[in-house]
Ligand binder design. Structure first.
Ligand code: NAG
Ligand code: NAG
Length: 471
């Protein structure tokens, strides 16, 4: 302990007296300045305290400028951001990110659906790397921080580590995931689901079209991907491809800001499920068909929406949530009894069993309601029913240690929104870092995180990656 402290002190004083070293960036492995750093970094003795918290500095000006510039690749006017998968603006945003990856000295690879990987080779490039990343697609009229902080922040974390003189043992990799948002093809986390090896998804994409009947593969090809039409198996990652996966993200909830806490250490990601339901009745004239003779599909849907709320509230846990965000009536005229109703239900919980039992009750209600109202339940389809993900203990520990060394206040929390991390957890140990955001706003133009909070998150990310890289 004492020796290590002295080493750290020596390291610090070297940094202090030779601050120019901090500015050295070179991909040249033989750079003498970096070599000197290495000697004090603990590699020789395989001590892992090589990265000193106080040597980490974030270039907040550049990072803020990048966030602002990226937000201009949008199909709606500022301050809103709209960036849809494989659109022209998405392609420009990808180009922007690849340019920054190149400037950070990362070697870039893209897979068949456009997941983008930027790698910093470590001293031991053969062992599984530590990866981090998020997404830059944005739902219509959203903000400029969701996902973006985890991509631009990850590239800046690499720059932070380079400036500090750190040399990774395991390679470090920054990932931009394709289509975390379901906007275009109705599939959330499309890129990370495929990386996690989802064969059903790879198969379904052959028949998937967007709202304008453009096929997934045509859209991907227009953005320069998926040259090999039918085969997406090249996207699948083997389990163990990464030793750790980290994601930095705005909280999208109000807790950290309310409590004045800097860092949220995510211990679990809630398990989402979504369901599509269709009811069919006979419809008819709103004046001519008297009440006893109706079978109103719209009222069946309304009743089911209330049943969703009831079942969720009865679960007995504050962690169970359910939402009916879509309710479409056909033909949708004021003087016409709805002959068809389509509703979509989202339900989540950190307890998979409890969530599944809510789904069963919703299904039972749909059948009962259809019977009572003499409408046909023409579809009850569970679109996805994903398990929750738990963060890895040793990654939680590394995030804790990093926050502590940086003197940042922190708390454990659950991610109630899901992220690419939910799927990366299937192929890699996973951990997530949350930072506060204004009033918890997200998916709207008012979304905001201060550059100071973002910089704290970037430092925790950088230091955690450094620690995991040496393991
Ligand atoms: C954290 O606080 C301690 C004690 O006040 C101080 O010695 C250390 O330099 C601080 N570290 C950072 C990274 O600010
Ligand atoms: C969508 O495109 C396919 C193939 O181009 C075509 O066969 C189909 O009729 C189209 N569907 C609609 C609803 O336009």
């Amino acid at each position: 302990m004492g020796l290590r402290f002295l080493q750290a002190l020596l390291f610090l004083s070297i940094l202090f007296f030779f601050p120019a070293n901090l500015l050295v960036y070179s991909s040249n492995e033989d750079d003498p300045a970096i070599k000197t750093m290495e000697q004090f970094s603990g590699f020789a003795t395989h001590e892992s305290q090589s990265c000193s918290a106080s040597a980490l500095s974030v270039d907040t000006e550049s990072l803020q400028r990048q966030i602002d510039e990226l937000s201009t690749f949008s199909d709606t006017p500022a301050p809103s951001v709209t960036r849809i998968l494989y659109s022209e603006k998405d392609v420009l945003a990808r180009r922007y990110i690849k340019n920054l990856m190149g400037l950070a000295g990362l070697s870039i690879r893209e897979d068949a659906v456009g997941n983008i990987f930027g790698r910093w080779n470590g001293n031991d490039p053969e062992i599984p790397p530590v990866a981090t990343g998020s997404h830059v697609d944005a739902i219509p009229y959203s903000g400029k921080y969701d996902g973006v902080v985890g991509v631009l922040g990850a590239i800046e974390a690499v720059n932070v580590l380079r400036r500090s003189g750190f040399k990774p043992k395991r390679s470090l990799e920054v990932i931009l995931f394709t289509s975390e948002e379901p906007t275009r093809f109705g599939i959330s986390c499309l890129g990370s689901r495929l990386l996690a090896g989802s064969e059903p998804l790879a198969d379904a994409l052959r028949r998937t079209v967007d709202g304008h009947n453009v096929s997934f593969f045509d859209a991907a090809r227009s953005a320069g991907y998926a040259q090999d039409r039918d085969d997406l198996s090249s996207v699948f990652l083997k389990k163990g491809s990464y030793s750790a996966f980290l994601e930095l993200h705005i909280e999208q909830g109000p807790l950290l800001e309310e409590e004045g806490t800097s860092i949220g250490i995510v211990t679990a990601i809630a398990a989402p499920a979504s369901i599509k339901v269709d009811f069919e009745g006979n419809g008819g004239h709103a004046g001519a068909v008297l009440m006893p003779y109706r079978n109103d599909a719209g009222l069946a849907a309304a009743e089911l929406a209330l049943a969703v709320e009831e079942h969720v509230l009865q679960s007995g846990s504050i962690d169970t949530v359910g939402t009916v965000g879509i309710l479409d009536l056909h033909p949708g005229a004021i003087n016409s009894i709805p002959s068809k109703a389509h509703i979509e239900i989202d339900t989540r919980d950190i307890d998979e069993k409890r969530r599944n039992s809510v789904i069963e009750k919703i299904h039972h209600s749909a059948i009962t309601i259809a019977k009572a109202r003499k409408v046909k339940l023409s579809e009850f389809r569970i679109v996805n029913q994903d398990p929750p993900a738990l963060s890895d203990e040793s990654i939680i520990k590394a995030m804790e240690d990093a926050s502590e060394e940086l003197n940042l206040t922190r708390k454990w929390m659950i991610s109630r929104a899901y992220h690419d991390s939910l799927f990366m957890a299937r192929v890699s140990p996973m951990g997530m870092i949350f930072i506060p955001c204004y009033k918890g706003y997200s998916h709207k133009p008012e979304e905001y995180a201060s550059i100071e909070n973002i910089a704290d998150g970037v430092k925790v990310l950088a230091l955690t990656m450094a620690k995991l890289s040496l393991k």
